[in-house]
Design a binder for this molecule. Structure first.
Ligand code: ADP
Ligand code: ZN
Length: 220
């Protein structure tokens, strides 16, 4: 199963992608996580990406597209993958479609997690993330059982630098200007699946598994 997750920052892409990845046994590929890992490790890519991320801007396509397309060629991607945070503009979406088409392939769904701006701002103001595995927590909702320690991997749970309120608004603008239009692109390809992302987490997840079917991929 090959999935693209669309939706505003804070719509729950990372949370649901992690869960789907565990349940369906396919890798969760988050470009944000890849950039943050590069930042932590002080790589050249991390250094280049940092200034864009800190400002809430998109990292340039030259640094992003090949990175993802190469990742999709790795062995663990044979049975599918879940892309979270990519594509983020029309250029990236078209590059992905083309790279897959060259292999006679296509995505199954572009899942659009619908959450309104007010709820996004509310969620992101309380968001904390595990800096090791990327799982999200929220001061308005689910918190780790032990303060500051990830339930899933034991890593440190912290506020992301780009979750400061000013940067959140900037990222939301970038989302509306550059990322939201790709929903229409996938609609045109007959791939868009709209899912209510504002419900309690488990209810949204049930909608997702209802859409995708069991993990043998019988939905086709
Ligand atoms: P969120 O979905 O919460 O906004 P991400 O972790 O997906 O956060 O992304 C964090 C930052 O990483 C983005 O604001 C952007 O700077 C950069 N980034 C992630 N994915 C992409 C991408 N596909 N293209 C360009 N920049 C990206
Ligand atoms: Zn963790």
């Amino acid at each position: 199963m090959k999935l693209v997750l669309l939706g505003a920052p804070g719509a729950g892409k990372g949370t649901h992608a992690t869960h789907l990845s565990d349940d369906y046994g396919i890798p969760h590929i988050s470009t944000g996580d890849i950039f943050r890992a590069n930042l932590r490790n002080g790589t050249e890519l991390g250094l280049k990406a940092k200034s864009y991320m800190d400002q809430g801007l998109l990292v340039p396509d030259e640094l992003t597209v090949d990175l993802v397309l190469d990742r999709l060629k790795q062995d663990d991607c044979k049975n599918g993958w879940i892309l979270d945070g990519f594509p983020r503009n029309l250029f990236q979406a078209e590059a992905l479609t083309k790279a897959l088409a060259d292999e006679g392939d296509e995505i199954d769904y572009a899942i659009n997690l619908i959450v309104d701006d007010q709820e996004i701002v509310r969620r992101m103001s309380g968001r904390l993330v595990c800096s090791s595995c990327g799982v999200s927590y929220n001061t308005n909702g689910l918190m780790p059982k032990v303060d500051g320690v990830c339930d899933r991997c034991g890593g440190p749970v912290v506020r992301r630098a780009d979750d400061e309120p000013e940067t959140v608004l900037k990222r939301l603008n970038v989302y509306h200007e550059q990322t939201e239009p790709i929903a229409a692109y996938y609609r045109g390809l007959g791939k868009e699946a709209r899912v209510d992302g504002a419900l309690p987490k488990d209810e949204t997840y049930a909608l997702l598994t209802g859409l995708l079917g069991d993990k043998d991929g019988c939905h086709n």
